[in-house]
Design a binder for this molecule. Structure first.
Ligand SMILES: NC(=O)c1ccc[n+]([C@@H]2O[C@H](COP(=O)([O-])OP(=O)(O)OC[C@H]3O[C@@H](n4cnc5c(N)ncnc54)[C@H](O)[C@@H]3O)[C@@H](O)[C@H]2O)c1
Ligand SMILES: O=C/C=C/C=C(\O)C(=O)O
Length: 492
């Protein structure tokens, strides 16, 4: 692979009204593998966000709004093709910003970025609306049917863990439904969003349809968007506490909101599982992307008869993980996103130790005796022996860590798994068909995987209960959120 990091050493710009614009406020984009500065980023100020909103509104009422559905979908396919054409650059940019492995970036993040555009460009063509025949006193009746319109200006605010994947997961259906976009990537991961703006530009997406603003949340581009009178909807993925702040900020404008938030996901492993598959699948669900996937399992409940054997087998998997340079083909896990996040994860490890946890493996930061010692690495960590009320069992860590609790009865496992403020995802490992259906149906989560993890079908509802989110996206759920139906009632 060509490992040239696009825009290394230069300034990542905003994309507003079809033009790439810098600002006088620059911040550093840091590589978490070795702490080096990759490039600088131009932070958008309030005036630039106003310009983006104006450009978006003009596009909505201009060229973009006048395109046929077919023309819009052709353009979205061109965007997907454009990502594919610059695949190596996207991979290199995503790896540099996050430190994730070459394997993960090229098999998950970037292919899904392109797939999101193709899937929703095709799906929107079969979006349907309701139609009812209504009785009337004169016996002639009335016909009710709905027509879909775009919501308008949609702010897409994305996190750093799967930067291109999660941003495009929202903006592709939003654009397919005819909306105009102002996207704000995480300040930690500005690069692939900037490349995407270049792809949009080259694909001929009319100016103002896709705008990109860089910056932070509070008193920066994020807040300028959520409080802006010209923004009609906010679609957000990130921490639950940020979701709450955005909800408050958006309240005055009564904006439409879709939130995909944090999780504290449970995995239940029954003694009738396929043991090797359960261990391998659970290792993936705990350690993928350094545990920095909202769907990762951080709480495991293992039936007592296989508890010791399972803990020992998961320890072997954790200790076999190759932690290191993203470009090394054998690397399984990179650093966490930043030094600040590393400190947070390590503080959770320490709190577990203070609470009396047994550290099965890990519990600290690795050392390498090379430049990676300036990076943001933590050890894959397995804990046992804590009460269900311990801080690390209750709160989302967002790192490569799990706590394992034994259980005897199915009901007990279900109750512990559901005893959480979050409700995003769960996994259940069993070969008993009736138990699989019974337990999966009792999980208070948006998605429950049985004998698998992160197996995605983009048509399915995706989102969370409780602190894990508001609404569902995926398939028609996305298209419905990003559409505003007008019901037309015709008296016959
Ligand atoms: N449910 C899901 O689908 C899903 C997916 C991925 C990540 N997540 C969650 O995201 C979190 C990790 O991501 P993160 O640390 O980037 O989240 P974060 O909430 O810190 O930041 C997400 C985005 O919000 C912006 N932001 C922060 N404060 C803001 C404010 N006051 N107003 C407007 N924008 C603001 C940030 O700049 C960033 O672009 C974890 O909690 C994880 O579980 C959830
Ligand atoms: O970190 C959270 C991952 C979310 C994944 C998706 O939204 C997806 O696969 O569409």
């Amino acid at each position: 692979m060509k490992n040239t990091i696009p825009h290394a050493g230069s300034v990542l710009k905003n994309y507003i009204g079809g033009e790439f614009v810098s600002s006088d406020q620059l911040f550093d984009n840091v590589n978490p593998v070795d702490g080096t500065v990759i490039n600088q980023v131009a932070e958008a100020n309030q005036i630039m966000v106003d310009q983006a909103v104006n450009a978006a509104q003009a596009a909505l009422h201009g060229e973009w709004g006048k395109l046929s559905l077919e023309q819009r979908c052709v353009l979205l396919h061109k965007v997907a093709d454009g990502i594919d054409a610059r695949f190596d650059e996207f991979v290199a940019a995503e790896m540099a910003d996050t430190g994730k492995s070459f394997f993960q970036a090229r098999t998950i993040d970037i292919p899904r970025g392109a797939a999101n555009f193709r899937v929703f460009a095709d799906m929107v063509k079969s979006q349907s609306t309701e139609c009812f025949h209504t009785d009337t006193p004169d016996g002639k009746g009335a016909l009710n049917y709905a027509v879909n319109k775009p919501l308008g200006v949609v702010a897409v605010i994305a996190p750093w863990n799967l930067p291109l994947l999660l941003m495009t997961w929202k903006l592709a259906p939003a654009m397919a439904a005819g909306n105009v976009i102002i996207a704000k990537p995480s300040e930690e991961t500005p690069a692939t969003a900037t490349l995407l703006a270049e792809v949009m530009h080259d694909a001929g997406i009319p100016k103002g349809v896709f705008n990109l603003v860089h910056g932070f949340g509070h008193k920066s581009a994020g807040e300028f968007l959520t409080t802006h009178k010209g923004v009609d909807a906010v679609t957000f993925t990130g921490e639950s506490s940020t979701g709450s702040a955005i909800m408050k900020a958006s309240a005055d404008g009564v904006k439409a909101l879709s939130f995909e938030l944090g999780g504290k996901n449970a995995g239940i492993i029954f003694d009738d599982c396929d043991f090797d598959e359960a261990v391998a699948g659970t290792a993936r669900s705990v350690f993928t992307n350094g545990g920095q996937v909202c769907l990762c399992t951080e709480r495991l409940y293992v039936q007592r008869s296989i508890f010791d054997k399972f803990v020992a087998a998961l320890k072997v998997k954790a200790e076999a993980l190759n932690i290191g340079w993203p470009l090394d083909e054998t690397t399984d896990m990179g650093p966490v996103i930043s030094h600040k996040h590393r400190d947070k994860v390590l503080a959770y490890y320490q709190s577990a130790i203070d609470d009396g946890a047994t550290v099965v493996t890990g519990g600290g930061a690795p050392t390498f005796d090379d430049a990676r010692d300036n990076g943001a690495f933590v050890q894959p960590t397995i804990l046992t022996g804590l009460s269900e009320q311990s801080k690390i069992v209750k709160e989302e860590v967002f790192g490569p860590v799990c706590h394992i609790t034994p259980f005897d009865q199915e009901e007990e496992a279900v109750a512990m798994a559901n005893d959480s403020d979050y409700g995003l995802a769960a996994t259940v490992w069993t070969t008993n068909l009736q138990r699989a259906h019974r337990v999966a149906g009792q999980m208070d989560v948006g998605i429950c995987w049985v004998n698998s993890w992160y197996l995605r079908d983009l048509r399915t509802p995706f989102g969370g209960m409780k602190l894990s989110g508001v609404g569902r996206e995926g398939g028609v759920h996305s298209l419905n959120f990003y559409s505003e139906p007008t019901n037309i009632c015709i008296k016959l």
